[in-house]
Design a protein around this ligand. Structure first.
Ligand SMILES: Cc1cc2nc3c(=O)[nH]c(=O)nc-3n(C[C@H](O)[C@H](O)[C@H](O)COP(=O)(O)OP(=O)(O)OC[C@H]3O[C@@H](n4cnc5c(N)ncnc54)[C@H](O)[C@@H]3O)c2cc1C
Length: 879
């Protein structure tokens, strides 16, 4: 332990301990003295908490203490990758480069430590080895490898996301007799490679940064590459003038914008979709990203590149073309081209002359996918085909990211639960900050926080402020413990997973997924929703009385339990975008204008998937022909037939209005979908639409074979008001003894004209289909006196003997409860029912093909349920 660094001079704030509780040695113990630990110490001190930090390192700096390899630099511009909490600190520090070197960042962090006199509360060269929660005394007992034991009320792991280097998993790794270096534990005195033969294993960010500089010295460099990375030129130089100018003009506004951005720094957010943009727009944006030399430039060329493979491929192709343009040897160029994963799904890199380095005669690339390493030997590295004698091996093999340092300490929470066991299937946190069962344990940039996907300086500052403010609030309110509830934590984990699931990222074996560490559970670790959304969630949690946290102490116990984000991320974005359009409510427009707006919005929707063929036609209705559109799958027929009725409150739309949804249903259910129009209100009121739907169903059933379908395998379905018609005509078909229906598919159905279910109140506003709009639809369609007629409210009809049914409901839909009631009513009478719950969905989001990506899961589940039900021979479908 380094003398003179321990101890604290800050008195514990009076009143921080509850009656009868032992006073701990310290209010707070902090693990780590990097960006996080330093700012924590400073804030805690200012708030009057006693605190001490421990670090295995011999000085402050964390990442920038350890990673001293040649070429080590930040890859977020240093104008942004710095503390912003103190304007004077900012004013007195000048960065010399756009991307500062490791020594410069380390000097900066040393300066911060000196300026705020932080070292006196830091114990260096000391690892925290264990921490145990004492539930009786409400404190943590913390032990170190120096044999110290200290108690504290609150314990903060500021131990870093990328602080535990991953040991190379290569046979014979201990046999090598030459020099071995790890980029994450580089010797302080530096390394001179002059005249030496050097092997570099690993081509992640550290490898890509160091290889060009090692090659400048070494006699021979052999790079062993398992997976090539996407890298673009950093174009380093002086700090970007436009960022400096923006800062000079209004520092506070610039920093505020950083916190209101997805990545934690101001940058252009485009709405250009790669999938649909014109060729010249694409070219300009792609070249711009290459020239700009910023990570977020590469990951944000197109708005859809992280969710749409075709769009992503444009960016990936651009980088590959550039690699081919730089590297002379075509075979080497191909080996350096990443081809097995979308760009951005592993952390991309910024480099200086990386690809050009492979044109040097003394630099060789060994593609481990073609010739894997069989063993490290005493003198070098053997692959299946060759031996590579070397004098030194540099391992740039990455980190046990996000969880390594956390589970590296033997942390035991309440009832003997260890963090390692609690996280054995993957980490579980609330906001990436705390984990249930571990009261008063905080993590800075823990799993479930934006951290590694963002400018971490901003992420860290926000976390530190959340934690320290939470402690101050606890103290002020007379509480001494805080812990998330199981419900809040499960909700956050779900939200983190849901956000990731709509992107391409979880599909790639990356360290974001824990895939680089053998045996590590595959869970998408960071929160991909963005710094801005994350901060919104944190602020909402605090604003709602620490929603999802239990706080207790001498003031008693308080808990406002709940889930802070239940709505799907893309549904949230959709509702916000619709809100921003400030369109007039449809019910204020009158039917003709409402129809015009509806049609215009439908026309803007992406087309949906390709189907085999589409044909338009008419069929005889009770008062004249009814138009229909038929979608046939590309697979060989004949197929089951789905007779479909569109949504639009019985007033809007036509047989083509739900085109993307019909294509999607055709593909997912492998059915011929026949979307039939019907007469609309208010011109044709109830029961005109029912009569048309009934005629259409009869005709489709009679003509199934001509339509490319299997006779007798007809399903009736629809969306919203169309699902209401489907449910009604299914009841009529049963009562009439035909046509026989294989199943019914009811997507967010209207089943009850009372409009009084609780979901009308819960979701009646702000979610596109409002209670007001629904009432307008009802009033336009059906007299109040007719609404108890089962042809208007099928929920009030007889439910026995109906065909097997798939009911889809959306959590944030005014119609949710009547859909649920219909599913429950059918099940109660013995009808086979699959109720697919659109968790986090709104009424309008589920059919929004290729707009609301999370809706695809719901449609897929519905399609699978439909196939399963319809494939089961059912006698109950006919009377
Ligand atoms: C090479 C490299 C480049 C990076 N570049 C960028 C960048 O450009 N932009 C960006 O946003 N982020 C970057 N990062 C991420 C970087 O880790 C964070 O930006 C930031 O430095 C993290 O600060 P921290 O204090 O949270 O953690 P760290 O800096 O990792 O500090 C954690 C400290 O905790 C100590 N510690 C851990 N466990 C224990 C224990 N049990 N006992 C005692 N001490 C312990 C460690 O020794 C370490 O010193 C980079 C990371 C690396 C590795």
């Amino acid at each position: 332990m380094q003398a003179g660094t321990g101890g604290t001079t800050v008195a514990r704030h009076p009143g921080s301990d509850g009656p009868g509780l032992d006073a701990p040695d310290l209010d707070v113990v902090v693990v780590g003295a990097g960006f996080s630990g330093l700012y924590l110490l400073h804030r805690l001190r200012r708030l009057g908490f006693s605190a001490r930090a421990y670090d295995t390192a011999g000085d402050v700096g964390g990442t920038w203490y350890w990673n001293r390899y040649p070429g080590a630099r930040c890859d977020i511009p240093t104008t942004d990758y710095a503390f912003s909490f103190d304007p004077e600190l900012e004013a007195e520090w000048t960065w010399t480069e756009k991307y500062a070197t490791q020594p410069e960042i380390l000097s900066y962090l040393r300066h911060v430590a000196d300026r705020f006199d932080l070292r006196r509360d830091i114990v260096f060269d000391t690892a925290v080895t264990a921490a145990r929660w004492d539930d009786g005394r409400h404190l943590w007992e913390v032990s170190t490898d120096a044999g110290d034991a200290v108690t504290c009320r609150w314990y903060v792991m500021a131990s870093g996301c990328l602080s535990v280097p991953k040991p190379p998993d290569i046979p014979g790794v201990d046999r090598f007799r030459g020099d071995v270096y790890f980029t994450g534990r580089w010797p302080h005195e530096g390394v001179d490679f002059t005249g030496r033969r050097v092997a570099v294993v690993g081509t992640g960010s550290s490898g890509i940064q160091s290889i060009p500089l090692i090659a400048r010295q070494a006699e021979q460099v052999t790079v062993f590459q398992r997976t090539p990375n996407f890298s673009i030129p950093a174009r380093n130089g002086p700090p970007p003038p436009e960022r400096l100018a923006a800062l000079a003009e209004d520092r506070e506004a610039y920093r505020a914008e950083a916190r209101r951005s997805r990545g934690g720094m101001p940058y252009e957010v485009t709405e250009v979709m790669g999938a649909t943009a014109d060729e010249d727009v694409r070219r300009e944006r792609l070249e711009g990203a290459w020239q700009r030399g910023e990570l977020f430039g590469l990951t944000g060329v197109f708005a859809d590149q992280n969710v749409n493979r075709a769009s992503n491929a444009l960016v990936a192709d651009m980088v590959r073309d550039k690699i081919r343009g730089i590297v002379d040897d075509p075979a080497v160029a191909e080996a350096l081209c990443p081809t097995t994963y979308p760009v951005g799904t592993k952390r991309p890199c910024l480099d200086t002359d990386y690809y050009a380095t492979f044109n040097l005669p003394h630099v060789r690339l060994v593609d481990l996918r073609r010739q894997p390493i069989t063993s490290i030997t005493e003198t070098g590295i053997d692959t299946a085909d060759e031996s590579f004698p070397v004098d030194a091996i540099v391992y740039a093999t990455g980190f046990d990211a996000m969880t390594g340092a956390l589970v590296g300490v033997d942390i035991t929470g309440r009832d003997g639960l260890t963090l390692r066991d609690h996280w054995s299937a993957g980490p579980s946190t609330y906001l990436g900050l705390m984990s249930e069962g571990f009261p008063n344990l905080f993590m800075i940039t823990g799993p479930g926080s934006p951290s590694v996907l963002a400018n971490m300086a901003v992420a860290i500052e926000q976390h530190v402020e959340f934690v320290t403010d939470a402690l101050a609030d606890l103290r002020a309110a007379g509480y001494d413990t805080i812990e998330p509830t199981p419900r809040a934590e499960a909700g956050w984990n779900q939200h983190v997973a849901d956000c990731a699931a709509i992107t391409l990222l979880p599909g790639t074996d990356s360290w974001y997924m824990g895939a680089n560490v053998p045996g590590k559970p595959r869970v998408f670790l960071p929160y991909i929703g963005g710094v801005d959304r994350y901060i919104d969630a944190c602020e909402e949690v605090v604003g709602r009385g620490y929603l999802g946290f239990t706080r207790s102490g001498r003031a008693g116990t308080t808990c406002n339990d709940g889930v802070v984000r239940r709505m799907q991320y893309d549904v949230m974005l959709l509702l916000e975008a619709m809100d921003a359009l400030a369109l007039p409510p449809l019910e204020t427009l009158g039917a003709p204008d409402a129809r015009g707006l509806w049609a215009a919005m439908s026309a803007m929707a992406p087309p949906g998937p390709d189907v085999g063929d589409i044909a338009d036609g008419t069929l005889p209705g009770p008062t004249g022909p009814l138009a229909y559109r038929r979608y046939r799958p590309a697979t060989p027929g004949p197929h089951p037939v789905l007779c479909y009725f569109h949504g639009g409150g019985w007033m809007l739309g036509d047989q083509t209005a739900d085109d993307p949804l019909c294509r999607d249903l055709s593909v997912r259910t492998d059915s011929v979908v026949v979307s039939v129009d019907y007469r609309h209100a208010p011109e044709a009121r109830f029961p005109a639409a029912v009569d048309d739907a009934r005629a259409a169903l009869d005709w489709v059933a009679d003509h199934a074979e001509e339509l490319g379908g299997i006779p007798g395998r007809v399903t009736v379905g629809g969306y919203s008001a169309g699902a209401n018609l489907a449910a009604v005509v299914a009841q009529q078909a049963r009562d009439a003894g035909g046509p026989h229906l294989a199943a019914q598919l009811l997507l967010c159905p209207v089943t009850d004209g009372t409009t009084e279910h609780p979901s009308y109140v819960e979701n009646g506003e702000g979610k596109m289909l409002t209670a007001g709009l629904m009432r307008w639809f009802w009033d336009s369609y059906c007299d109040p006196s007719d609404r108890r007629d089962p042809r208007a409210s099928p929920l009030l009809g007889r439910l026995e003997g109906l065909p097997p049914t798939v009911v889809v409901t959306a959590e944030f839909d005014p119609l949710r409860d009547e859909g649920v009631a219909y599913a429950e009513g059918l099940a109660a009478t013995g009808v086979p029912v699959r109720h697919v719950v659109g968790r986090g969905q709104a009424h309008t989001s589920i059919p929004m093909v290729d707009v609301v990506i999370s809706g695809a899961r719901v449609r897929q589940e519905a399609a699978e349920a439909l196939r399963a039900l319809a494939d089961t021979p059912m006698d109950v479908a006919t009377r």
